[in-house]
Design a protein. Sequence first.
Length: 321
Amino acid sequence: MSNLIEAIRMESPDTIPVSVGILPAAWIKYGDELQRLVDQYPQFFGGMKVDLSRVEDNLAPSYRKGIYIDEWGCEWHNEHAGNEAIVKGHPVKDEEDVYALKIPDCRDGRLPHGFMYLRLLDLCGFENVMVWFAEEGETIRTLIDKVLEYNIYQVAAILPRMGELVYFGDDLGMQKGLAIGADRWRTYMKPCFRKLYGMIKAYKPSQLIYMHTDGCIWEIMPDLQECGVDIINPQYRANGLDNLIRVCREERVIPINLDLDRQLFPVATRSQIFDHVGSCVEGLYLPEGALGLNVELNYEIPLENMAAVLDAVEKYRHYKG
């Protein structure tokens, strides 16, 4: 964490910060074998021990097999315990439902992944939301206002108990761009993030904001920085290394915690994994910082490839250019 803070603040960290996440589905599949692998990399896991007998018992509601209904009435379906569910039951069916939609009462500070843009899709379904964005009428504005109002309450609840770094997650992109386009995003969604992150900066100007966002979002990364985001967690594959270098290094400096290519990891050779990590670091490295490496490991990655990924980030976190 200290390295990541130094990287965000451009304080020349000794090594490139590395964060490694293992999804519960991987523990369910590999069990003791995965624990033995984790034990070999204390620099990333700090001696973490997992009670393998209770992995499924300790899952968050949306990671459990079955159906989970959230505070908005969205119906999450999951057929594979240990992975995130998807919303198949959308409570808002038409425009009348938008105007009748009630904001949940809870004010607990919980801002789950998909708290703003994806919340619109979860509530109404992709097609409805795209139509209303295209129409640019009162329906989409009302829907956004209600979700934003709820999120304002939730952000207000976390203000007194923020740590040095506060995390947000909302997947804004598709595989090849933004579904609503960059211009509509700036018109309708950017003011929401500016408002929410502005509340945090107004309360504590030195507060650091981390934002995870999947999909092809390089077009709006400068906008997110303008909204108050201090470090962005973008995907390598969806954005492309060339775009990330251009937008985050050549046009301006945007600190990123790069999500390494999880789609490559299951099928790559050891040398391909090393080449991938090396090219990312060589392209994005700055002596001052502004770069972290993020690894997500799941059940579809063979254990030997997990080891190769960890060996590669161990090597390149010491890179000095």
